[in-house]
Design a protein around this ligand. Sequence first.
Ligand code: NI
Length: 211
Amino acid sequence: MNKAAKNILFLSVALALAGCGTSPSANEAGTAAQGNLVGAKIGGDFALTDQNGKTVRWADFKGKYRLVYFGYTYCPDVCPLDLTHIMAGYRLLERSDPAKAAKIQPIFITVDPQRDTPGVIKTYTAAFHPKLIGLTGTSEQIEAVKKAFVVVASKEGDQKATENYLVNHTRTPFLFGPDGEPIALVPIAEAGAKQDQAAQEVRDFLSQFVE
Ligand code: NI
């Protein structure tokens, strides 16, 4: 395992802390896929700002399944790859079972509020899927959300840097239920995986857990 990556054991689920700018190991990607988060204390209300500058609360998604991915738009490799696979899987579900897909709200939450302004996030999320919303906030708001969602993220190197820095963060795509309850970790593919196959796994996963 590279030095920028660590594993956290949480309720017997290995949540991979993948350093963006480094490749995740096969082991990290593989273990996260088995997670079942039923009963875990993850999530909780927040007030953040979406890609259009509008205030969004966790409670606003009452009645919807929530596909939540924490990352940052400047992430050079892991985040865009995961989001590509996850949203491709979501597209497959839209085709095979549109009623189920309509029950799911995909959500991207930044761990880099310093650079990820609503405008930056708007361009980013639009590249993956029109239904993907992107949330940011003040550093304090994001810190509180990270804590509630058991997400670990920290800037690499010079803490005062304002550009050209990487953020190590947990690679944790969560599926939550209609009452905001955690259900499971979304399967994420190993680096180098075939996109079709990775998308199929996500589709099958969503199809299995969304009623
Ligand atoms: Ni990333």
